[in-house]
Design a protein around this ligand. Structure first.
Ligand code: BT5
Length: 277
């Protein structure tokens, strides 16, 4: 049996390179002890022509970020903070599904060994109702043509509860906290990249229904009634699916379907809008 490394042990990038050498992520791995944000490094590499599958991994991020420039807590040696470059040859509109396939891949993998794994629109993976993983997708177009997508994944692996900022404490979790054991980050990263590649090949072959089906199977909000805000408009409906463009599909009270990219969504009759801290 392989010994699980202590938390604080560096990722063994040579092992990852070696074991992934037949995969799309094995050929161009850039590993750092510390960067501001792996998404920023990957975006820069992509702009310089880095090929599809280029992977940027860091032990620590000093300015890890989420959507709307929210802070993403990325302490050293205990999480997986990584980004990769994709150059999908699909219509620009379908690209929304790419970010979703990453969270689906994470959820599917975690489900194999962890209880109560669910997806929360748009891109959160929850364990026991708390956020364990977030995905940040950033696209770049040349005119109307999609040039590349950078996807950044932050997964809490070996943090203990006291490593999270107090204001996040009741909303976040690590796999170690959920399972009561230290997790082998290297193996987890490799398994995850393999799973992402599988779903990405479904995506590239136009098998969008596979991703949509897997998302629905894991979504913790399916058939929940929510309120969605699109600019000044508010819609109330039940979540029924996502579509091939990675948009959320709601069934409104009159029975008609509404598709939306909006992430401004709250349980109906429920809480405040998500903050942009
Ligand atoms: C996300 O944004 O969930 C996307 C996070 C993506 C992070 C990865 S790490 C590698 C790559 N490099 C980067 O710079 N980013 C990507 P969003 O849905 O906006 O959620 C952000 C919110 O999650 C924050 O405002 C906090 O409330 C919460 N949060 C911050 N750090 C967290 C953590 N480690 N675990 C769980 N929740 C966290």
């Amino acid at each position: 049996m392989t010994k699980v490394p202590e938390p604080g042990t560096l990722l063994n990038i040579d092992r990852i390179r070696h074991e992934l050498n037949q995969t799309m992520f094995g050929g161009h791995i850039h590993a750092f002890n510390q960067v501001s944000s792996t998404n920023d490094v990957a975006k820069q590499l992509a702009k310089q022509g880095a090929p599809e599958g280029t992977l940027v991994v860091a032990e620590q991020q000093t300015r890890g970020r989420g959507r709307y420039s929210r802070k993403w807590s990325s302490p050293p040696f205990v999480g997986l903070w990584f980004s990769f470059v994709l150059r999908p040859k699909v219509h620009g509109e379908n690209v929304g599904l790419v970010a979703l396939l990453s969270s689906v891949a994470v959820a599917e993998l975690l489900c194999e060994s962890t209880a109560q794994v669910t997806l929360k629109w748009p891109n959160d993976v929850l364990v026991q109702g708390r956020k364990v993983c977030g995905v940040l997708g950033e696209t770049d177009f040349h005119g109307a043509r999609l040039s590349h997508v950078v996807l950044g994944i932050g997964l809490n692996v070996n943090q203990t509860a006291d490593m999270f900022l107090p204001h996040l404490a009741d909303r976040v979790i690590s796999l170690r906290m959920a399972k009561g054991e230290i997790i082998d980050r290297e193996q987890l990263l490799m398994n995850l990249l393999v799973r992402i590649e599988e779903l990405y090949s479904d995506f590239s072959a136009g098998r969008f229904d596979k991703i949509v089906g897997a998302w629905k199977a894991r979504c913790g909000q399916l058939y929940q009634q929510v309120q969605v805000r699109e600019g000044e408009c508010r819609h109330i409906g039940h979540i029924v699916s996502i579509d091939d463009y990675g948009r959320l599909v709601l069934r409104l009270a009159g029975g008609q379907l509404l598709t939306t990219h909006s992430t401004d969504l709250v349980p109906f009759g429920g809480e405040q809008s998500p903050s942009r801290e």
